[in-house]
Design a protein around this ligand. Structure first.
Ligand SMILES: Nc1ncnc2c1ncn2[C@@H]1O[C@H](COP(=O)(O)OP(=O)(O)OP(=O)(O)O)[C@@H](O)[C@H]1O
Length: 619
């Protein structure tokens, strides 16, 4: 397709977004009723903002436009109560005696200028953690980070044989969250325009210099839409928009390279690393609105430097008047009310730009994203889930759920006790015994949640499990996504898992029918694929004496079977299955990543032997 056709499709898309803006703008609605003054004042202000944005997006190189950050980010509200011990610290323990922490501390990164991306002539910068250093940089959005290969305690010079890769990592920018439906729709329109410009620019470049070659020397078949710059534009705009738009980007970022073109995947990977940071003024507005303007009287100190900038909120450390170190998750303004429109706008953009190919079941993914996000935006619900979980896990060794601080929590602010530890993916650098321990704890947690509590946190994101090596504890956070399972479902699911482990075909088919995975009348091919997949999932539970997750890559075996099942499936899997399977596969994937050996069968049998099955007579 010619670049002009691409451009006209994009312009179509932008005009659709413009219509969307018109539909959603209260000012335009007022104007339609004759109130032109509101329209003029509002439009002039927005146009000024949009022009700034648009110029940033269409210049081709997306740059940071934030004001310089204050040097000191911690604000003390009552100096008389401050002790050395109550000064907020990094959640990750950067101590010398913790090898995982040593890896975190040793994550050096390279300055943006003079980068040798092939790893030769790499100049390593200072040893500060990326996030801290990144904030001091102006005008640059990306750094390349040297990452040591698994189990290598710290990045070492290439000459000693350690494998080093250079990853593109994003620096945090401070940008205001577009919080009204109008400004959000405008953000999408700006992105659309930026993409048009990027496409024209790339097409012109190709006319003059020819189409870029791929690494293998073949001519790039990628359309000018899919230029690296356009992909970067998309990613950075999503980081700025945050909320549902960012969440969808993060969901797409974990797709396979065969489905999403490589430049887009690389850009979306940036999206996964975190959002832009809310400016202090906007943050204060949310805190005032949610907790009352006297919120600071409940604190000794508050750190304006966020610990994390996630998709729907950012997390700050603070110390309460009682001296408790807390993490305050503060929701970006406007994201809860714009889930629906954001997702529609992202869909519109993706449809009109062809950035994501067909066959990804976008509609389904977007529907799931909508439902999950609506629940996750309600921090009162999350606080209730967290308290319930804390009670359930209280007497289980090796697990900890931080307490909720009610007087500093609301629908859009969630304050919980600050916990330390390293996320699961960092545990990979620890010794085999520790990795086995952590893998075992993750599986134990999954089995407990499903079969004992019948209440499960369904987001297996590695950042939601912080491992503290000193106390051998898994600190559990983020209970935005949690659900209950009915007793009959859990009983049958346990029978089914045991049938899978024992390779009992008849029992697998019977339980699958009872659970609603099969409706009867499936083709032999489908039944066979279903049973085989069940056996593969049951493999870790089949072998007594410890299952070696690294030696047996079950995900690989499941891919082909999954495709076959999709093709022949007569009924969608039951509602409970979607989140449950995500969690189960999360536990398996973590074990594969950590290369653990875990006595899965013994753990399952222990649960089975203790399980109180309900009555079956009513069937
Ligand atoms: N109680 C806590 N103690 C220490 N760190 C915390 C705590 N709560 C949150 N964090 C940090 O903030 C990050 C984001 O928190 P959380 O996962 O709750 O936010 P979220 O909005 O649900 O994120 P996501 O985008 O993953 O959905 C965590 O990965 C962790 O680094």
């Amino acid at each position: 397709m010619s670049s002009f056709k691409h451009a006209s499709r994009l312009l179509d898309g932008v005009s659709l977004v413009a219509k969307e803006i018109a539909k959603r703008s209260p000012a335009l609605e007022a104007a339609s009723k004759g109130d032109y003054q509101t329209l003029i004042v509002s439009t002039a202000r927005k146009a000024l903002l949009a022009a700034t944005d648009l110029s940033g997006l269409t210049r081709g190189k997306v740059r940071q436009v934030s004001t310089p950050r204050p040097k000191e980010s911690v604000v003390y509200f009552d100096q008389s109560n401050v002790t050395a011990d109550s000064i907020p610290v990094q959640a990750q323990p950067l101590s010398d005696d913790d090898p995982a922490a040593a890896v975190v501390a040793a994550e050096k990164f390279i300055e943006d200028d003079g980068i040798a991306r092939d790893g030769v002539n790499v100049e390593v910068g200072n040893a500060l953690p990326l996030e801290i250093e990144a904030r001091d940089q102006e005008k640059v959005d990306f750094v390349d980070e040297v990452v040591a290969a698994p189990a290598v305690p710290a990045p070492a010079p290439a000459s000693d044989g350690a494998t080093m890769t250079v990853q593109k990592k994003r620096k945090l920018r401070e940008r205001r969250v577009p919080s009204t439906p109008f400004s959000r729709a405008l953000g999408f329109a700006g992105l659309g325009a930026g993409l048009v410009w990027g496409t024209v620019e790339e097409a012109t470049k190709r006319l003059v210099y020819g189409t870029p070659q791929t690494a293998e020397g073949k001519q790039s078949a990628i359309s000018p839409f899919l230029s690296e710059k356009n992909a970067e534009r998309l990613a950075l705009a999503l980081c700025r928009m945050r909320g549902a738009a960012l969440k969808v980007g993060q969901m797409l970022s974990i797709q396979d390279e065969s489905l999403v073109p490589a430049p887009i995947l690389a850009a979306l990977d940036i999206v996964r690393q975190g959002a832009d940071v809310m400016p202090r003024k906007q943050l204060n507005q949310v805190l005032d609105a949610e907790l009352g303007s006297d919120w600071s009287t409940k604190l000794t100190s508050f750190d304006y430097e966020p610990l994390a900038a996630a998709s729907i909120g950012q997390v700050h450390q603070a110390v309460t008047k009682d001296g408790i170190k807390v993490a305050m998750k503060i929701q970006y303004p406007g994201v809860a009310n714009s889930i629906e429109s954001d997702i529609e706008n992202v869909k519109l953009l993706l449809d009109y730009t062809n950035l994501i190919p067909e066959g990804l079941y976008l509609d389904r993914a977007m529907k799931v994203a909508k439902e999950e996000l609506s629940r996750e935006c309600d921090y009162i619900l999350e606080a209730a889930n967290q308290k319930r979980f804390r009670d359930l896990i209280a007497n289980r060794k090796g697990f900890y759920v931080p307490s909720v601080v009610d007087e500093l929590s609301s629908k859009r602010v969630l304050t919980t006790e600050l916990v330390s530890g390293v996320s699961i993916d960092k545990v990979i650098s620890l010794d085999q015994e520790t990795r086995n321990y952590v893998g075992r704890k993750l599986l134990e947690l999954t089995l407990l949640e499903l079969f004992v509590f019948r209440f499960m946190q369904t987001d297996p994101n590695w950042g939601n499990f912080l491992y503290e090596n000193g106390t051998k504890t898994l600190n559990l956070i983020d209970f935005g996504a949690a659900r209950e399972y009915p007793k009959t479902f859990v009983d049958d699911y346990l029978r089914m898992v045991l049938a899978c482990a024992n390779r009992d075909k008849d029992a697998v088919i019977e339980m699958s029918s009872r659970l609603g995975f099969l409706v009867g009348g499936e083709s032999d091919e489908m039944l066979q694929a279903h049973v085989e997949a069940a056996f593969v999932v049951g493999l870790p539970f089949a072998k007594p004496g410890g299952y070696d997750f690294q030696a047996n890559n079950i995900t690989h075996n499941l891919t082909g079977l999954g495709a076959k099942m999709l093709k022949h499936r007569l009924t969608p899997p039951p509602d409970e299955a979607y989140s449950l399977h995500r969690k189960l596969s999360g536990a398996f994937l973590a074990n594969i990543k950590l290369g653990t050996v875990v006595p899965c069968r013994e753990m399952l049998l222990d649960i089975y032997d203790r399980h109180q099955f309900g009555e079956e007579a009513s069937r």
